[in-house]
Write a protein that binds this ligand. Structure first.
Ligand SMILES: *[C@@H]1O[C@H](CO)[C@@H](O)[C@H](O)[C@H]1NC(C)=O
Ligand SMILES: *[C@@H]1O[C@H](CO)[C@@H](O)[C@H](O)[C@H]1NC(C)=O
Ligand SMILES: *[C@@H]1O[C@H](CO)[C@@H](O)[C@H](O)[C@H]1NC(C)=O
Ligand SMILES: *[C@@H]1O[C@H](CO)[C@@H](O)[C@H](O)[C@H]1NC(C)=O
Ligand SMILES: *[C@@H]1O[C@H](CO)[C@@H](O)[C@H](O)[C@H]1NC(C)=O
Ligand SMILES: *[C@@H]1O[C@H](CO)[C@@H](O)[C@H](O)[C@H]1NC(C)=O
Ligand SMILES: *[C@@H]1O[C@H](CO)[C@@H](O)[C@H](O)[C@H]1NC(C)=O
Ligand SMILES: [Cu+2]
Length: 590
């Protein structure tokens, strides 16, 4: 009975096995093929499978929640709280064998992975034990629904955490999937304040083992603040010395390849995250194609890929089937090595090892594909939960570039002629508290007043911009990608817009000298930064804020969560900073 209802509704692919095991002979979670070949998949909002999550029913979650649930509309209330204590310190480490000063979480690099379940409340007590920097942690991609004061964006939603001070971040995991956290204090995360976030939830394909996060980070042998100070006056992007895979790589100074263990015959979920600075990463695993099941936090219709390209900030959840001869295999990472992907002095050698249990240790002998180069977003992405975005004209935000001889060739990126420059002492939220609408021009604030309306924006490069792509990231929302093109002007033709289930994610590439048309719904009052995720670029101004429904913010977030005390401590600290901060540095950067 249930079987035929499901079939008639075209939902065979989606129905859970626990209720159907009698009717269905073989593994019931739909294989990828029928979804892809005949395109049958439908959105059935909030449908309750009444089945439980398991190895063979990853599409299920809990009563009333499954992979068809639109995370923007509902999420479980687990009543559960997961708590982490982060101590940020200044320490010497050598992730690729080269010793250098780093700033890290709990003496670890990468930092501890935050693990929670969909609907949990996450609490992180962050103590700043640095002597000479503020800090603040942003939870990349987390929507912070009605909790913008927990977004960790200094100068916007908080003052930086002063040395010796602690801030408690409390927020709800309304989404599930893979992400990362990082300092948002200038370019600081490039010195090591990063870590993974796993929020367990349903999936669009079955797997046996969750291998967790596999982070990629382009890496410098000099402190990132030094690199940035030079980049602010240079003609092009700085060349990274290396690229770390899961916090490890080889170099002229030693180091080692990261090793990931596979269990023969099992399907492994692997969460790929570009936690880097300037390099795109092109990733492949010898002999093992990826089955891609999520892009950023969005579950997608599974597709197979021999390699994937991740811009800074992007994530893909993939399944690796360990069905090859037991042995060792290279995971290959290409940066392209060019201006667009981001130059890397070690571009030819970046790898890690995937080792089947029971095989000898040592470097693999495997052969693989030639990795593609270039900077682009994957295009095979079809969100599993379908959304139709009404067609409308976007408002323009013009991206331009300047390098000024009179100021020692200072580089600045401008949005509508203004490079963002926040004031650590007076975050946007302070203006909201004061009811003060006289924002400094350099805060780059765009007011979004109307509630629950689609907002349409086109970021358009003008002719002054160097030919570089920019990974654009929005806080507080996922966005929908309606159109984009390289080296082109948006022509104002709304018939071009992709409005039928467009790609939804939180980080997308603005192609070199081109445009990117995005839409999001104004369903989350707050001050939300949108910026290029290349720290050097946002440091040089490439950011702006949406001040969404400002009169509703205070009522919607409730308790300010230590905002006022945090600013008091920061002001007392900043007064005593000698020499001040670098000219031209916006103070942002993720
Ligand atoms: C880290 O420690 C070094 C050496 O003591 C010091 O020079 C530097 O200012 C410290 N950095 C921060 C951010 O505390
Ligand atoms: C942060 O610390 C670094 C390294 O010690 C230093 O170079 C930089 O000037 C500091 N920046 C700020 C904004 O505090
Ligand atoms: C990454 O490294 C950590 C620490 O060594 C390890 O626990 C984890 O399993 C590794 N992740 C992967 C995907 O290999
Ligand atoms: C191994 O798994 C991959 C990915 O699921 C699949 O495409 C391939 O056909 C499998 N190979 C064998 C020999 O079973
Ligand atoms: C590489 O190939 C050699 C020769 O076939 C073999 O003895 C060795 O075990 C292989 N190494 C690894 C790490 O698989
Ligand atoms: C940005 O500037 C362009 C002109 O370059 C103008 O058309 C547009 O309206 C401005 N955008 C906003 C949101 O004010
Ligand atoms: C509003 O903010 C501006 C810019 O910081 C400031 O000059 C002004 O005094 C503020 N007004 C009030 C009423 O607080
Ligand atoms: Cu950029």
């Amino acid at each position: 009975m249930l079987y035929s209802i499901a079939r008639a509704a075209g939902f065979l692919a989606l129905v859970c096995p626990t209720i159907l095991s009698a009717a269905l002979p073989s593994e019931p979670l739909a294989p990828t093929v029928p979804w892809k070949s005949d395109g049958i998949y439908q959105h059935n909002k909030g449908r309750d499978y009444g089945c439980s999550h398991g190895r063979k029913s990853r599409n299920c979650w809990s009563d009333g929640f499954n992979v068809e649930t639109d995370m923007d509309e509902k999420w479980p209330d687990t009543g559960k709280m997961v708590t982490y204590n982060f101590d940020i310190t200044n320490t010497t480490m050598a992730p690729d064998g080269f010793e250098r000063q780093m700033m890290v979480v709990n003496g670890q690099y990468p930092g501890p992975t935050i693990e929670a379940e969909w609907g949990d409340t996450i609490v992180v007590n962050v103590k700043n034990s640095l002597t000479n920097n503020g800090t603040g942690i942003h939870w990349h991609g987390l929507r912070q629904l009605r909790s913008c004061q927990m977004d960790g964006t200094n100068g916007i939603t908080e003052c930086p955490i002063a040395p010796g001070q602690t801030k408690t971040y409390t927020f709800k995991a309304t989404q599930y999937g893979s992400s990362w956290y990082h300092s948002h204090y200038s370019v600081q995360y490039g010195d090591g304040i990063v870590g993974g976030i796993i929020i367990r939830g349903p999936a669009t394909e079955n797997y046996d083992i969750d291998l967790g996060i596999l982070p990629f980070t382009d890496w410098w042998h000099v402190p990132i603040f030094t690199v940035n100070a030079a980049a602010l006056h240079a003609g092009g992007p700085p060349t990274a010395d290396n690229l770390l895979v899961n916090g490890s790589m080889t170099s002229g100074s030693g180091g080692k390849y990261a090793v990931t263990t596979l269990t023969p015959g099992k399907k492994h979920l692997l969460r790929l995250v570009n936690q880097g600075i300037n390099n795109n990463v092109h990733v492949s695993l010898d002999g093992h194609p990826f089955t891609v099941i999520a892009a950023d936090f969005i579950p997608i219709i599974p597709f197979t890929a021999n390699s994937l390209n991740l811009a800074v900030g992007q994530r893909y959840d993939v399944i690796v089937n360990a069905n090859q001869t037991v042995g060792n295999y290279w995971l290959r990472v290409g940066t392209g090595g060019g201006k667009c992907d981001g130059p890397n002095a070690n571009a030819a050698n970046i790898k890690s090892i995937f080792r089947y249990e029971g095989s000898t240790s040592g470097n693999p002998n495997s052969t693989g594909i030639t990795l593609p180069t270039g900077c682009y977003d994957e295009t095979n992405i079809v969100p599993y939960v379908k959304t139709t975005v009404p067609r409308n004209l976007p408002q323009e935000l013009k991206l331009s570039f300047s390098q000024t001889a009179a100021t020692n060739n200072l580089v600045q990126w401008h949005i509508n002629a203004s490079a963002i420059q926040i004031d650590f002492k007076t975050p946007t939220l302070q203006y909201v508290i004061d009811g003060n609408d006289s924002f400094p021009t350099t805060d780059n604030i765009y007011v979004v007043g109307e509630a629950h309306k689609w907002q349409y924006w086109v970021i358009q490069s003008d002719n002054s911009t160097p030919p570089l792509p920019h990974p654009i990231h929005l806080h507080g929302h996922d966005f929908y990608i309606l159109d984009y093109a390289q080296g082109a002007q948006w022509a104002g033709d709304t018939s071009r817009l992709i409005t039928d289930n467009p790609i939804r994610r939180d980080t997308a590439t603005l192609p070199a000298n081109g445009y990117l048309v995005l839409a999001f719904e104004s369903d989350n009052p707050g001050a939300w930064l949108m910026h290029c995720h290349i720290p050097f670029h946002v440091s040089a101004g490439l950011g702006f804020q949406f001040l969404e429904r400002q009169r509703e913010i205070l009522g919607s977030i409730g308790d300010l969560g230590g905002f006022k005390d945090g600013c008091k401590s920061w002001k007392a600290y900043e007064r005593n900073v000698e020499g001040g901060f670098i000219i031209g540095d916006s103070g942002l950067r993720l």
